[in-house]
Design a protein around this ligand. Sequence first.
Ligand code: MG
Length: 227
Amino acid sequence: MDHAPTEDIMATRKLIGTDQPFPIGKIVCLARNYAEHARELGNETPAAPVLFMKPASSVIGDGDTVRIPTYSQECHYEVELAVLIGSKARAVTLDCALEHVAGYGVAIDMTLRDVQNELKAKGLPWEIAKGFDTACPLSGFVPAGAVADPHALNLKLSVNGEIRQNGTTADMIHRIAQIIAHISAIFTLEPGDVILTGTPAGVGPVRAGEIMTAEIATVGRLTIPVA
Ligand code: MG
C-alpha cells in the first residue's frame, strides 16, 4: 500500500489485541540518548534529555513510502523504540511515570542530515529536517503489559536486507520513566502522544529505490520503501 501521507485521514494507532484507537498527537523525540550514537555524530552526551518534536502529519505506516524532500541530498534512518502515552501526564513523578504508557512500538526517525547539520551550525531549529511529510514511519503498538522489560529490547534496522543498526534499549542514557517525568514537566502528555526514545549507533543514508526494515523483537516490524 502506498497511500499519500497527505490524505485527510488522521493518523491513528491501535493497541494490538484491543480495539482501542489512539489518534496520534504530538511526537516528542529525544536526540543523543545513546552515547555511541552521540559520539558518531560528534556530539556531547547531554546531562538533560535533548528534545524536539515531529508533527502528527509526518506519520506513515508499515508498507508506506518515505519521500525524500527535494531540498535534501542526505536522508538518514534512525530506528527507535516508540512509547505510546495512554493517559494524561502532567509533571509526573518517576515512580508513577510508567503508569501512563499504553504501549510500545517501532519508529524510524527520518532525518535530513545535511539540512540538520546546516541548521545546527547556524543555531536554527531542526523541524524541516525532522518533521517533513513521511518523516515518521510508525508501527502499531503492543500493550505495555506484553513487554516484560522495555530496557532489554534489541533494535535492528536493515537497508535492502543488510543490517546497519543493531543495538539494545539497555544502552539508553535517559530511561523511559525518567524521560516521561522530564517531558511531562514541560509539555503535558496526552493519550495518543508518542515519545521517540533515541537511536543507537549505525545511522546512515538511505536512497530512493532502497527498502528499510526496522524491527524490535516482541514489539514490531516496519518495511518502508524510499522514494
Ligand atoms: Mg532520532
